[in-house]
Design a binder for this molecule. Sequence first.
Ligand code: AHR
Length: 327
Amino acid sequence: MNRRTLLGTVAAAAIGFAGFATAGFTSDLPPLEKKDRYKVGFAQMESNNPWRIAETKSFHATAEACNWDLVATDAAGSAAKQVADVDSMIAQGIDVLFLPPREEKPLIPAVMKAKAAGIPTFLVDRSVDPNVAKPGEHYVAFLGSDFVDQGRRVAEWTLANFKGDKGIIVELEGTTGSSPANDRKKGFDDVMAKHDNMTIVASQSGDFARDLGRQVMETLLQAHPDVNIVYAHNDEMAIGAIQALELAGRKPGDDVLVVSIDGTRDALQAIIDGKMGVTVESSPFFGPLACETMNRYAAGEDIEHWVQVKDRIFTAENAADHVDEAY
Ligand code: AHR
């Protein structure tokens, strides 16, 4: 007997059978009834990069395989619209919500409202502020990578492979207030702080976007022409930075080491072309994991609060082996 069933049975004995369906579990998370088909909400935050497009495609492909009627929205880069999209899904009577929260704080009301409406919510890929909304209490679980570890792994690879004596580092941060930007910064910066020969001379947001990454890099290059390492929180900004460096007459991969996170096709190609050193994987293919986790929850299983995704690392040694399967 699993924990939810056991607790339900004990509680049913205590409160009488009539109360069992709604009051039986210690956790007051909304339950998910077992059904042949589910109406599933997926509230995407934006579609301005290959990573987001691959994630949305993964949910659409899973809808067929997992018997979902998928209600998918695109908040076009606005946290306020993402909250409104969840409101609309609640009104449409979704059974379950998958939410990649654009930023940690502004999406908390969406999580709370879904719970109040009796809709089990799974956060996918990004998280919300854990001091306010908690897995197992306000939402079922977070499905995603260890972003701190991704930043740490990039830093460690950089320390092992940087050829110069003194690293002059420019950091291109992701969306301000998002969990990957906060955590990837912490992971990388904490490692670098222990090395006197490494200095982060500038750290600025490029909003996880290629064009903004290019623009920010252009500006930072003027203030820090001696930069020899660029750490971008995602591949799109890394590719933008490579464009800015080349326009300024620099040679990425030669006089500037560019390192990043995601594993997109363009990044793997840049590694093959010798312009980028490393990208630590952050997979966007959440559909199958979402289906499996939701079905486990519907079957009454206890779901771990963090369903962790394991990430690979791509370098000159293996990029060519993976570029064809990349997005
Ligand atoms: O939340 C994951 C990040 O969001 C990816 O690294 C980035 O490319 C995306 O926009």
